[in-house]
Design a binder for this molecule. Structure first.
Ligand SMILES: Cc1cc2nc3c(=O)[nH]c(=O)nc-3n(C[C@H](O)[C@H](O)[C@H](O)COP(=O)(O)OP(=O)(O)OC[C@H]3O[C@@H](n4cnc5c(N)ncnc54)[C@H](O)[C@@H]3O)c2cc1C
Length: 240
């Protein structure tokens, strides 16, 4: 398979289980907000691959996409442990030659978008949020973001600051009902994103909904949105 070389230029701890990696890409890179890449890591004579979403938002001109960003949660997948514990600035990896996946935001989808994230499932949705914030200014976006504990909200500060600065952007943070105190005041909701929450927030029926998170959450939210009258073709998600 054809691949593109990238260099790790920065690694930051984002939450107790998530690190954020900035990658310099050597060739113009084309992707849409919400797409993912395969990241190939060569270790001890063999190569391993991790599918991971791009959290960065693409520039209008692919030639300007010289920096990509990903965020990785530590899991049973060995590449995640390697990225957390060993990868260092200067390391080189290969990635797929362009963004992959059929779930992504395009401006033709209209002016009302709702994003629903569970945990690290926020990653592809963050790319869409950033693209709408920075480039697609005719679109309004509401993000519902659920995490197991308050310190597991990756990119929480950026999301809060963006929403505070622009009325087109809304963010609602949900923390699991049994999460230990203290819960910061910007986490408005306790419990899951469920029927009562959708009712309370009075979300539009005529909108495009993008979901990413644990599989059961996708199944449950899809059913809830259909019950509320959202058209099947307006509910977008991918399962890995
Ligand atoms: C398209 C796609 C892209 C992905 N991109 C990345 C990536 O870039 N980086 C990466 O590390 N992983 C990625 N993943 C992996 C995936 O997002 C996670 O494995 C999955 O979201 C679980 O995340 P978590 O462990 O943080 O969730 P958890 O911490 O287990 O759960 C997160 C939240 O979901 C809530 N929740 C759980 N079930 C339900 C339910 N039934 N209804 C409502 N709320 C519920 C919980 O209450 C909790 O608040 C991707 C997966 C897919 C399908």
């Amino acid at each position: 398979m054809q691949t593109v070389s990238v260099t790790l230029i920065e690694k930051q701890i984002e939450t107790p289980t998530v690190c954020r990696l900035s990658l310099a890409v050597e060739a113009p890179f084309t992707y849409y907000p919400g797409q993912w890449i395969d990241l190939f890591v060569r270790r001890e004579q063999h190569q391993e691959v991790l599918g991971v979403s791009l959290t960065s938002a693409p520039a209008a001109d692919p030639g300007q996409n010289t920096r990509l960003e990903i965020a990785v949660k530590r899991s049973a997948h060995p590449v995640t442990g390697y990225l957390h514990d060993q990868a260092q600035p200067g390391d080189r990896f290969e990635i797929s030659p362009q963004g992959m996946g059929r779930v992504y935001f395009e401006p033709r989808l209209g002016d009302e978008v709702v994003l629903m994230a569970g945990g690290i499932g926020v990653t592809p949705l963050l790319s869409m949020f950033r693209a709408i914030r920075d480039r697609f200014t005719d679109t309004r976006v509401t993000l519902l973001y659920s995490a197991s504990t308050a310190d597991e909200f990756a990119f929480g500060r950026e999301l809060r600051e963006s929403a505070a600065a622009d009325a087109r952007l809304q963010v609602h943070f949900f923390v699991r009902a049994d999460a230990a105190e203290p819960i910061p005041d910007w986490v408005q909701q306790r419990g899951r994103i469920d029927a009562a929450a959708l009712e309370r927030l009075d979300l539009p029926v005529l909108a495009h909904y993008f979901l990413c998170g644990p599989q059961q959450m996708l199944t449950d939210l899809h059913a809830l949105l259909r019950q509320r009258g959202v058209l099947r073709e307006c509910i977008h998600y991918e399962s890995w």
